[in-house]
Design a protein around this ligand. Structure first.
Ligand code: NAD
Ligand code: DAU
Length: 348
């Protein structure tokens, strides 16, 4: 492909996808469109911002005209769509923001792609990046496969499920060439500290409580973000048209065990006595509608495309903590201002 348009490329996962594409495909133009909400940060892309095959455009996917104009002007062959409101807790406070960006924004992109590709879908592809949360919750056993029925519970997952349905509907109704990936929890460098792992790293560094929702036995399947970026590259280029692929880390952790592992690693790295960080663990009011357990069966992407995670969780977590320790300016910048207000309100 000559030109790939990536949405949400200034965010956590998007910035790793942009870097992967810009460095791996020097003959392909990568256009990053992002509204730079509280979660978007061009600092995430400092190392590649001057590459010849990279361009940034500040744009809001809820603005249908602006999006169509960009598609007409740049005529991308491929779209990798990551722009979203992504935090479950914020979706509980402001569901409509999630409908606007995740549902309406996705439909605006689908309309723009359909419009400029209408004469010939050959060599075109719309890749929608979604989440395992669309499947709802598991009990103590079992895994989500690509055949699991959708059963979202939070406004965030309901909006992502809706966007997945629209993407499939555009394939079935108009023949738009699409692929979808549904991934488990990511972690790694550049993760915004509203999410569990970077929030706990930030709080240990500031000697603040580590808030554990409910009884801490909720379970997530964690994947290092660069492994997700590589899975997206693979599915975008080699995935079967009209198909969806689950992506996961084969790596389940109860929240409380994960936070204990994080505390252990941080004590070692900071040279503190064993048990120092754990003393900060504080059980707090549960998240409403909290899904008990997510676990991905990633057999399909492994069997069809040969993808598997490249780092163990302990390695990935160590790399992640090191990144935060070495990037204190980044962390200070994103935790000043609005973040403080958000934090007070969420954890009052
Ligand atoms: P993020 O919140 O870190 O980044 C989202 C990006 O989208 C930001 O750069 C933001 O500025 C941009 N954005 C938001 N609204 C926009 C709008 N209206 N127009 C243009 N840009 C807008 O999110 P993330 O964690 O990097 O997630 C990226 C995608 O991956 C999302 O679609 C999310 O649902 C999905 N996903 C995330 C995870 C995870 O663990 N973080 C796991 C699976 C799937
Ligand atoms: O599963 C994929 C999803 O993972 C993505 O689609 C979402 O965009 C992403 O935010 C993430 O959602 P979660 O809600 O699972 O991630 P979060 O880091 O917010 O929470 C992880 C677990 O930790 C969850 O069980 C809630 C709990 N938690 C979270 C926070 C922020 C706490 O116990 N305390 C906290 O302060």
């Amino acid at each position: 492909m000559n030109k790939i348009l990536i949405t949400g490329g200034a965010g956590f996962i998007g910035s790793h996808v942009v870097r992967e594409m810009v460095t791996k495909y020097p003959d392909t133009q990568i256009i990053n469109i992002d509204a730079l909400t509280y979660a978007g940060n061009l600092e995430n892309l400092k190392d590649i911002e001057n590459f010849n095959n990279y361009q940034f455009i500040k744009a809001d996917i809820t603005d249908a005209k602006q999006i169509l104009d960009i598609f007409h002007e740049h005529k991308p062959d491929g779209v990798i769509h990551l722009a979203a409101e992504s935090h479950v807790d914020r979706s509980i406070t402001n569901p409509l923001d999630f409908v606007m960006t995740n549902v309406i924004g996705t439909v605006n992109l689908l309309n723009a792609a359909k419009e400029i590709w209408k004469d010939n879908y050959q060599g075109k592809r719309f890749h929608h990046v979604s989440t395992d949360e669309v499947y709802g919750t598991l009990g103590e056993e079992g895994f989500f496969t690509e055949e699991t029925s959708y059963d979202p519970h939070s406004p965030y997952s309901a909006s992502k499920a809706s966007s997945d349905h629209f993407v499939r509907a555009y394939h079935d109704t108009y023949g738009l060439p699409i692929v979808i990936t549904n991934c488990s929890n990511n972690y790694g460098p550049n993760h915004f500290p509203e999410k569990l792992i970077p929030l706990c790293i930030h709080n240990v560094l500031n000697n603040k409580p580590l808030p554990i929702y409910g009884n801490g036995k909720y379970t997530r399947d964690w994947l290092f973000v660069i492994d997700h970026a590589k899975a997206i590259d693979l599915v975008f280029h080699e995935g079967k048209n009209g198909s969806s692929y689950n992506v996961g880390g084969f790596n389940e952790w109860q929240n409380i065990d994960l936070v204990r592992e994080l505390c252990k690693q941080m004590d070692e790295k900071l040279g503190n006595p064993v048990g120092t960080a754990e003393q900060l663990i504080t059980y707090v009011t549960d998240r409403p509608g909290h899904d008990l357990r997510y676990a991905i069966d990633a057999t399909k992407i492994n069997r069809e495309l040969g993808w598997k995670p490249s780092v163990t969780f302990e390695e990935g977590l160590s790399l992640t903590i090191d990144w935060f320790l070495n990037n204190s300016e980044w962390l200070n910048n994103v935790t000043s201002g609005d973040y403080q207000q958000y934090y007070q309100k969420q954890y009052k």
